[in-house]
Design a protein around this ligand. Sequence first.
Ligand SMILES: Nc1ncnc2c1ncn2[C@@H]1O[C@H](COP(=O)(O)OP(=O)(O)O)[C@@H](O)[C@H]1O
Ligand SMILES: [Mg+2]
Length: 413
Amino acid sequence: MPLAAANHATARSRRVAAPASEVRVARLADAKKAAAPVAVVDETFYRQLVASMRNGVLAITRKGTIAVINDVAYRVFGLPNRPDDVGKPFAEVLRHHPEVLRLLGGAFDLSHLPNRAELRLRSLGKVIGYTLCHVKDDAGAIGGAVLFFKDLTHVEQLEERERLRDRLAALGEMAAGIAHELKNPLAGLEVMAGLLRRQLQDSPDALSILNDIVSEARLANAIVHDMLEFVRPLRLQVEKVVITNLLRDAITMAESKVSPGETRVIAQLAPDLPKISADPHQLSQLFTNLLVNAYEALGGKGTITITGWREDIETIGETTLDVLQSPAVRIDIADDGAGIPGEVLDRIFDPFFTSKPEGSGLGLAIVRKIVGAHEGSIDVATRPGEGTCFRVMLPVAPLSMSRETFSNFHGRV
Ligand SMILES: Nc1ncnc2c1ncn2[C@@H]1O[C@H](COP(=O)(O)OP(=O)(O)O)[C@@H](O)[C@H]1O
Ligand SMILES: [Mg+2]
């Protein structure tokens, strides 16, 4: 490490940082020894200073050799730490980083050096934030250049996530606004169709067209309803819930939304199913959506099996890192329909993904949001031609039931 220049820098910085008494001593010493610099710390200190820095430090000489390179620099550049790199041409040591070579290669031609700039290291997919300085001697002659830098990849990812969250929140608000606006005209359409129906009693053709209009309006209304459910912030109204009753209601609700045809429903619920702390309205919506999908997958023929157990799930203790066994309720909703093809499976929880001509694609997105708000989990197992089983795990007593969950983007799956 070239220490002569560094010693001068200390004498200067010491005058700035030292308490008044020390400054006086230094001035006396200056007066006595004329231009001789006062060495307050030794060479080892400078080596340790550079080594302890939390930034990457890379200094080069005018000849293009490495003068200083610290551990952080090696780590950020993804290079093995080799002490004999000092003295080697930087073009050799950093040959895998053409962006850095370009920057250092031009360091002595620039009069205005980049400060707090960013550089993308393509080979590593990293972004570094850096400042480039000249190393000058007492006479102001440039003897080298030094790059101070930091890995910004993590910061960048956080910012990107933050921006995405903002965009989604704005999108959610917009969707909620549109849905509200659409609700009224759709309700009006249904009322007016009702009035018209009375006047068209003698005209079966016109009546059938009118019925089509009404069912299309109802479909649009259902989509608007789902959209509102999906974007609306979820405020849970928590009670002790008996799952058995809730599932019975969900079956009735699902059957009112689809044509059950000859579908058989078998419920096998363990008698010791504990009550759980949950929002009954939200859970009913969750199971209704899963059951509606099961009915739709069967198209009026087949069997839906609902199974419920008490299980233990592993959670991390609130104040310690102990793994606790917390009681939970596990509900499986299985159908023996066509199953979900592999290419579709990855997307079923995505909002607006649907394989049905009249689907909203929001049913499972809402399910995921509700499960997440209850700190539960959902899994799906499917086999083409044999059927599909959705498994929902809900803790009996979630840790933070008071939490507000905004849209499913924060939900856990
Ligand atoms: N039980 C099931 N069997 C087969 N496919 C299913 C089942 N449940 C969900 N899916 C698939 O997941 C997609 C998304 O479901 P969902 O979010 O409820 O939207 P939608 O029912 O409006 O299409 C469905 O379109 C379907 O392709
Ligand atoms: Mg659905």
